[in-house]
Design a protein around this ligand. Structure first.
Ligand code: AHR
Length: 323
């Protein structure tokens, strides 16, 4: 099936090129050169996302120029500038934070290079600076996390739920929208109280630090942790155990992503719920890049389908996650 989609894509590219303003392609020239600026390698989600984009580009016969900004916005802007200077056909990038892209994206627009946002989105004064955004509905993820916690509190007959939150990278789309979705959903439930919230930057080491501090401050008051990604959850777990609490029982753990390591911990009963955030955005990205190269219309916002994994379901037949 995937092969058939890719063959169709390759054919579309070829047809598009033969019909494009008389430009003659030689066998040596790439059919489509896609420049991708990845924001970093902070999590298994991110590593899975990079791998998926590389694999899908190769499967579709698309040449890929991959950059990695190592978590620095200045480096990501410089990477995008180098893709513009290289005159790639399409630029895609995962913006580390939402603000601060208008200047470099105006440069891409002036160079006639269409831009696709992957995974996260941006705040801009000019919506024409990007053609499409392909990524999760992060607000919905926050809602699903909160709905699980409300259900769990009902099941356990809890009349008070003291929550601590470990947030993702400050000013990034998933951090802002997951928090908003979660807070909006618990707002109507008088049992829910947020004791504390700390910036864990989507990193395992920071997840551990935040948890350690919050355990020091709030000790046995904490009933639930809402952690914005698996990496920080996995960092927080040993801190909870070291403080003498059983994760998944004394303290409920709710995470986001659904990488294999976290799913295995959920099966052990130490994480209660994981909201899926899929990194597998590569095939839609390739399709969108081909359409843009051929001057076709594309969908403005594309959200993948996502689910939740919980401690009250049988996950023994779940296929390997691949990230
Ligand atoms: O933007 C998606 C988030 O970024 C993932 O949830 C997290 O793991 C990653 O670092």
């Amino acid at each position: 099936m995937r092969k058939a989609v890719c063959l169709a894509l390759m054919l579309t590219v070829l047809l598009g090129l033969t019909g494009c303003g008389g430009k003659q392609e030689t066998a040596e020239e790439p059919k489509l050169l896609l420049g991708f600026s990845q924001l970093g390698s902070e999590s298994s989600f991110r590593i899975g996302n990079t791998k998926d984009i590389e694999e899908q580009a190769e499967a579709c016969g698309i040449s890929l120029m991959m950059k990695n900004a190592n978590q620095k916005q200045e480096k990501q802007i410089a990477d995008i500038r180098s893709l513009i200077a290289y005159r790639v056909d399409v630029i895609a990038f995962s913006p580390i934070v939402e603000e601060g892209w208008d200047t470099v994206l105006t440069e891409a627009k002036n160079a006639g290079i269409p831009v696709v946002l992957v995974d996260r989105t941006i705040q801009t004064r000019d919506d024409s600076l990007y053609a499409a955004q392909i990524g999760s509905d992060f607000y919905r993820e926050g809602v699903m996390a909160a709905e699980y916690l409300i259900r769990k509190a009902d099941q356990l007959g809890m009349d008070r739920v003291n929550i601590v939150e470990i947030r993702g990278t400050e000013n990034s789309t998933p951090m802002k929208q997951r928090q908003q979705g979660f807070m909006d959903t618990i707002a109507g439930d008088v049992r829910m109280r947020v004791l504390d919230s700390a910036d864990g930057d989507f990193l395992r080491s920071r997840g551990a630090e935040c948890m350690r501090e919050m355990l020091k401050t709030h000790g046995n008051q904490i009933n639930a942790v809402f952690s914005h990604n698996d990496e920080m959850t996995i960092g927080a777990l040993p801190e909870i155990e070291a403080a003498g609490y059983a994760p998944g029982k004394d303290i409920l753990l709710i995470s986001i992503d659904g990488g294999q390591d976290a799913i295995d911990i959920l099966k052990e009963g130490k994480i209660n719920c994981i909201v899926e955030c899929t990194p597998k955005l590569g095939s839609v990205l390739m399709e969108t890049a081909v359409k843009l190269k051929n001057g076709e219309a594309v969908e403005r916002v594309i959200h993948p389908e996502e689910r939740i994994f919980t401690d009250d379901e049988d996950l023994s037949l779940l296929a390997p996650r691949g990230y």
